[in-house]
Write a protein that binds this ligand. Structure first.
Ligand code: ADP
Length: 423
């Protein structure tokens, strides 16, 4: 954590309901310290006199309800304080959800609130989800975070949907602890690449969550908070309606887009409470490039751990030891489809793949399904490997894996997503 002597130190005094926003420069970590008062980062309370490190590319805000003094050490790309924040609106949403949890825990309702956060990209959806989960955890609730953002998910690598029971607020530096999220394979970073599969997996998550609620009263009372992708038009919009219906959501928070708010009000039953809230002025727009890099970082972190704390394993697998599939056959002209089969069924087809050079760098999900006769599409995954080499002559493929050989299962699902392991 040590920084070079002579690094810039900046002090900030914040009055109540103000926040300090900063962006971290490349290759220049920034240290944040709370000197006095109380402050939080996206719903997680800071410990006084502890130095929190923020790495390259991080964009964050430290908010205080009561006033505080902060210190930044290092050179920030941007750092400024702001008085205008939507935090009071967000706190009110939390209070309303908590009220619903209380009603449920008294037995007046059979379950707590199911909330979904929607809006275009870069409006602070993931941040609000983290905040709401954090506030609920601080009150001892066990909210289920449902991650439907297959591009920039907070609890599992890109190309997946996941569900996590949130026991404590996210770590200030690391985010949510990745212990035991329930993860499902999707295979690409945008729902549009196979919308049929996307909706199918969402329905599956809703079923699993419902079952969890039947077995676990605390989970049922605490409810869920669903994060979504920024794709809100066309099939993306219909995917939101589908998710709202599958999860039987009670509350939808629309960030920053009135049109989306109006459409949802028009298309969903009136008992769904839909609120339109502003985005924070601090939310930074992220370039395509930046998104790609953060996806890469997320995959690297899966294999190497947070800040490189793990050592992944490399080993060979014989082609005959594993079965590799892809979900979704390439679209074929309608006239060529077998009689009685629709293009949509094609999207859920489990297609065997013969390993070849073109598999190199692809991420593969290790499915919990035992064989193609199982329901592969709806099976959760045990983990991931990335293919680093294919030797067709010897019938071997080399993989990078977080755990040593053997793989827990042998059915692998190919992602469109590639990861080049540069170490
Ligand atoms: P979305 O999920 O809508 O795409 P995010 O919640 O991921 O948006 O936010 C985009 C970026 O903005 C993230 O890097 C996040 O850390 C940052 N951010 C969010 N709120 C603030 C804020 N108040 N001040 C500074 N940065 C913020």
């Amino acid at each position: 954590n040590a920084l070079q002597a002579g690094e810039a130190v900046q002090k900030f005094k914040l009055e109540k309901e103000m926040e300090l926003r900063f962006e971290v420069e490349p290759r220049q970590p920034l240290l944040l310290e709370l000197l006095c008062g109380f402050a939080e980062v996206f719903g997680t309370e800071l410990t006084r006199n502890k130095r929190y490190r923020f790495d390259t590319g991080a964009k964050a805000a430290v908010f205080t309800w009561h006033g505080c003094e902060l210190q930044l050490t290092g050179r920030a790309d941007v750092s400024y304080t702001a008085r205008e924040t939507p935090m009071l609106f967000y706190l009110n949403v939390h209070a309303a959800l908590e009220q619903m949890r209380r009603t449920a825990s008294r037995g007046d309702e059979d379950r707590g609130p199911r909330a979904m956060v929607v809006g275009p990209t870069d409006v602070g959806k993931s941040t609000l989800v983290r905040l709401l989960c954090g506030y609920a955890a601080r009150l001892g609730r066990r909210v289920t975070l449902v991650e439907m953002d297959v591009g920039q998910g907070a609890v599992s690598p890109p190309g997946t949907l996941a569900m996590l029971s949130v026991e404590r607020p996210a770590d200030v530096e690391e985010g949510f602890s990745l212990q035991a999220p329930l993860v499902y394979h999707f295979g690409s970073t945008t729902p549009g690449s196979n919308i049929k599969l996307y909706n199918k997996v969402v329905s599956r998550l809703a079923d699993v969550f419902n079952r969890r609620c039947e077995l676990n009263r605390r989970a049922a009372v605490s409810g869920c908070i669903i994060n979504t992708t920024g794709w809100v038009r066309g099939a993306g919009y219909h995917a939101l309606i589908h998710a709202a219906t599958a999860f039987e959501v009670d509350v939808i928070i629309v960030l920053d887009q009135e049109r989306l708010f109006t459409e949802l009000r028009r298309d969903l039953p009136h008992f769904v409470n839909i609120v339109l809230l502003p985005k924070s002025g601090g939310v930074a727009a992220r370039s395509k490039e930046f998104r790609r890099e953060s996806r890469d970082d997320a995959i690297r972190q899966y294999f190497y751990g947070f800040r490189g704390a793990f050592f992944p394993h490399a080993f060979d697998l014989r082609f005959t030891d594993v079965k590799i599939y892809k979900i979704g056959a390439p679209a074929i002209p309608a006239s060529c489809l077998p009689l009685g089969m629709s293009q949509e069924e094609n999207q859920l087809k489990v297609v065997p793949i013969t390993p070849g050079r073109d598999l190199v760098h692809h991420v593969l999900s290790v499915s919990m399904a035992n064989g193609p006769q199982d329901n592969v599409v709806e099976a959760n995954v045990a983990g991931f490997v990335v293919v680093t080499a294919v030797d067709s002559d010897r019938g071997l493929l080399t993989v990078l894996s977080p755990a040593p050989r053997p793989l827990p299962q042998t059915l692998l699902l190919v992602m469109d997503i590639r990861f080049v392991d540069l170490k």
